[in-house]
Design a protein around this ligand. Structure first.
Ligand SMILES: C[S@@+](CC[C@H](N)C(=O)[O-])C[C@H]1O[C@@H](n2cnc3c(N)ncnc32)[C@H](O)[C@@H]1O
Length: 281
């Protein structure tokens, strides 16, 4: 859009009624619960005013109306505007130390080891898993026995994830030897992950609100970190149920450090550090 067109649109601050109507939409679409308060009003004004400009709309009312029967593109951009995508390589490192203890056991016990990063954002989480596997299992035939899936409902982050390119800042969590061994410095402030390693992760769109969904094969390890905090209790319970039903018995569910208090599931045993094991099917 030209600058002059952008200037003509003078978007007013969102009022409570429209806030609540739009908050209900993001809740229905993504499970994200955003109560009316100053922080979330600022978030809406900031992120949704950009969306209005992008779609050449002049008011939140127009957006609210358009979202009643939304075109796919608007719906996806609306979701993308209101998700928080902060992520890092080796974030909450204790989880990856735990994974390192499990990988040899799983490799020994199973012909295929399946790992799911279920709110993977820019891909740093599933690629961290791939980096660890590559370091522990050198032979291609060994690596090929690990299947890593990264999913998110935000298509914008998935588009970035498949490029497997990260800025200097986004690379901060990567240990120096791994950075040197598995990334190419593009000398433009970005690093590209080794394509062989990038190929180990498959990305797909998936909404955790798809509560009834069952994957054809269950997973041995499921990461669902730093997303449950955006859900209310009924949504969290349903999401955890979905994750547990797609997890092998004896498999592990790993959630964010700040989220461990929210999980109470009869099939899960807490092992500490926000790691849970499925103890019955
Ligand atoms: C803060 S990031 C966490 C990324 C990564 N798991 C980590 O801990 O570094 C949260 C991610 O959850 C995704 N998300 C939010 N609601 C979701 C839903 N209903 N289904 C799937 N992903 C969702 C967002 O798009 C975002 O990329």
């Amino acid at each position: 859009m030209s600058q002059s067109a952008a200037k003509k649109i003078n978007i007013e601050e969102i009022d409570q009624k429209l806030f609540e109507s739009l908050a209900l939409k993001i809740y229905q679409l993504a499970g994200i619960s955003l109560p009316y308060n100053d922080k979330n009003v600022a978030l809406f004004n900031n992120r949704l005013s950009r969306l209005l400009r992008e779609f050449k709309m002049s008011s939140y009312h127009e957006l609210d109306e358009a979202l009643k029967f939304p075109k796919e593109e608007l719906k996806k951009s609306f979701i993308s505007s209101l998700t928080t995508n902060k992520t890092d390589f080796f974030r909450e490192e204790a989880h990856f130390d735990f994974l390192k203890t499990q990988l040899p056991l799983l490799f020994k016990a199973k012909s295929e080891v399946r790992i799911w990063s279920s709110a993977c954002s820019l891909g740093s989480e599933p690629y961290t898993v791939a980096l660890i596997i590559s370091d522990m299992f050198q032979q291609p035939f060994e690596k090929s026995r690990f299947k890593i899936l990264g999913t998110d409902l935000d298509l914008e982050v998935l588009k970035r994830a498949v490029t497997a390119r990260y800025s200097n800042l986004e690379m901060e969590g990567v240990p120096a030897p791994m950075k040197q061994k598995y990334f190419k410095n593009l000398n433009n402030g970005f690093f590209a992950l080794d394509p062989e390693l990038a190929k180990m992760v498959h990305f797909s769109e998936f909404n955790l609100m798809n509560h009834q969904y069952r994957f054809q094969k269950k997973f041995d390890v499921v990461f669902c970190r730093n997303v449950l905090i955006y859900f209310d209790k009924p949504t969290t319970d349903k999401v955890v149920d979905l994750l547990v039903s797609n997890l092998e018995v004896k498999g592990h569910l790993i959630i964010g450090h700040s989220e461990s208090g929210v999980i109470h599931h009869p099939h899960l045993k807490a092992l500490g550090n926000s790691i849970f094991q499925k103890v019955r099917g």
